[in-house]
Design a protein around this ligand. Structure first.
Ligand SMILES: [Mn+2]
Length: 413
C-alpha cells in the first residue's frame, strides 16, 4: 500500500474535527506471554489505518490549529546492543516512507512535545482511542495517559476518537478491496489443498495443516482468525477451534477459515462431506443453507438495512425447515440457527463500524448456517461480498459451493 492511502486517511479523519483538536493514537504494546516470551505483535488497527506501520510502541499525534494540521510520529530509538538480538528498530527514513509523515521524533520526547502542543492552544480538545472490549480487560496505554492528562491539565477532558476512525474504515477504498481479494485468493488456494487431501480417518488438525502450508508457502504471516476445522457434532459449536477430533466417513466437515494479507482478512466457510459425496439427507439440509445464502445475497444493495439481511436469513431458513417438518414457527428456529448472518470484513475479521445501512464500498460476509446437534451435523456457507453502486459483487465467487461443484472439487477437478 502506498503512503498516499494513509495520508488521505489522516486528512479525512482530521477535516471534520474543530480547530484546537489534538488526536493521539498508539500502536500498541508487545503482550507478555511467559518466561521471556511475548505474543506475536499485532498493531492497533486504527493506528495501522492511519500510518501503515505495524511496530509496537509508536505514537501518532495530529494537531489541528488555525485550520492547518501538523503531524508527528514518535518512535523508539535504535539500540545497537539490542539490535544484535532482535534486529534493528524502524528508522526515521523507513517510518517516513511508510506513513508519509515527515516529522518523526524519538518517543522519549513525547511528553515534552505534548505539553508544548497543549500549552500553545487556548481550548485544546484531546482525542484518544479508548477502545475497550470488556470491563475485565487491562488498563490501556490511553487510559494511563488520560489519568496523567487529567492530573496535570484538569481543564482537558479527553474524548473517544475510535468511532470516527471506525466510520471511515467501514467504507473500503479500491486498494483495500484488492488486498481483501488477495486474502480471499490465498484462502481459496489453501482450501483447495485441504479438500483434495481430505480422507475419512484424518485428524481435523491434519486437514488444517494442508491449509496452513499453502498460506505460509505464499508468504502469509498470520491468519485472519483461528481456523475452524470441525467434523460432525463439533461443527455445531460456532467457534470450535480445538481441531483435534478424528473425521468420520459419514461426517460433514465445516471449514471456517481465512488468510490475512497486509492485515486485511478473508473469512470463508465451506462445508464438505468427508468421504467426498453428500448423502441425501445432507444434500437436503445443505441446499436449504445454500438457497438461504443466495436469497440474502440477492437482497444486497445500497440503502438496505443490515437488519434486513438477518430477517431474510431467518425467513428462508424457516421456510426450508418447515418443508422438511423440522420447524413450525420462528421460535423453533432458535434450536437450529443461533448467530447473525453478516458482519463487516476488513482490517478486522469482525470489522468495526455501526451495522445500520449498506453503502457502496462496504465489504460484508453472508454466512447462514444450520446446526443439528442430535444428528451430529453443522452446516455453514460463508462468502465475502462487496456492496457496489448497483448492488453487489461476490468477491469469493470462485470458491466452489454447490453440491456438484464441491464433489468435483474434492476429486481434484
Ligand atoms: Mn464470518
Amino acid at each position: 500500500m502506498k503512503s498516499d492511502f494513509y495520508i488521505d486517511n489522516r486528512k479525512r479523519l482530521m477535516d471534520p474535527l474543530s480547530d484546537e483538536s489534538i488526536v493521539i493514537v498508539y500502536s500498541g504494546n508487545m503482550m507478555y506471554k511467559t518466561g521471556d516470551e511475548t505474543y506475536p505483535f499485532t498493531p492497533n488497527r486504527n493506528f495501522f489505518y492511519l500510518t501503515g506501520i505495524d511496530r509496537d510502541n509508536m505514537i501518532l499525534v495530529m494537531i489541528k490549529s488555525k485550520q492547518t494540521c501538523r503531524e508527528k510520529l514518535f518512535i523508539e530509538n535504535n539500540d545497537p546492543v539490542l539490535s544484535r538480538w532482535i534486529g534493528e528498530k524502524l528508522s526515521h527514513e523507513e517510518a517516513e516512507k511508510l506513513s508519509g509523515i515527515t516529522n518523526i521524533q524519538s518517543i522519549d520526547s513525547f511528553e515534552k512535545s505534548l505539553h508544548y502542543d497543549i500549552a500553545s492552544l487556548l481550548q485544546p480538545k484531546v482525542w484518544l482511542d479508548f477502545q475497550r472490549r470488556g470491563w475485565q480487560e487491562a488498563v490501556t496505554w490511553e487510559q494511563t495517559l488520560h489519568i496523567s492528562l487529567s492530573t496535570k491539565y484538569p481543564y482537558i477532558t479527553p474524548r473517544h476518537i475510535g468511532p470516527a476512525i471506525h466510520a471511515l474504515r467501514r467504507i473500503k477504498q479500491p486498494e483495500e478491496i484488492k488486498l481483501i481479494e488477495k486474502a480471499i485468493d490465498l484462502t481459496h488456494q489453501g482450501l483447495t489443498e485441504l479438500v483434495t487431501h481430505c480422507q475419512p480417518g484424518m485428524m481435523e488438525y491434519e486437514l488444517e495443516a494442508y491449509f496452513d502450508f499453502i498460506l505460509r508457502k505464499n508468504g502469509v504471516t498470520d491468519k485472519a482468525f483461528k481456523t475452524i476445522a470441525a467434523c460432525g457434532k463439533n461443527a455445531a459449536t460456532l467457534h470450535y477451534c480445538d481441531n483435534c477430533a478424528v473425521s468420520g466417513e459419514s461426517d460433514l466437515l465445516l471449514l471456517d477459515l481465512g488468510a490475512q494479507w497486509e492485515y486485511y482478512s478473508a473469512d470463508i466457510t465451506r462445508t464438505i462431506p468427508v468421504c467426498g459425496h453428500f448423502s441425501n439427507t445432507q444434500k437436503t439440509l445443505y441446499q436449504i443453507v445454500l438457497d438461504t445464502q443466495q436469497a440474502v445475497i440477492d437482497r444486497i444493495k445500497p440503502g438496505l438495512l443490515f437488519e434486513e439481511l438477518n430477517k431474510t436469513a431467518r425467513k428462508e431458513l424457516l421456510k426450508g425447515l418447515q418443508t422438511i417438518g423440522k420447524c413450525q414457527n420462528d421460535s423453533d428456529l432458535q434450536e437450529f440457527y443461533y448467530h447473525g448472518v453478516s458482519h463487516y470484513l476488513g482490517l478486522d475479521t469482525h470489522d468495526v463500524g455501526q451495522r445500520d445501512v449498506l453503502e457502496p464500498g462496504m465489504v460484508i460476509t453472508v454466512e447462514p448456517g444450520l446446526y443439528f446437534r442430535d444428528e451430529n451435523i453443522g452446516i455453514r456457507i460463508e462468502d465475502d461480498v462487496l456492496i457496489t453502486q448497483k448492488g453487489y459483487q461476490i468477491l469469493s465467487c470462485k470458491i466452489p459451493k454447490t453440491v456438484n461443484d464441491i464433489e468435483k472439487w474434492m476429486k481434484g477437478s
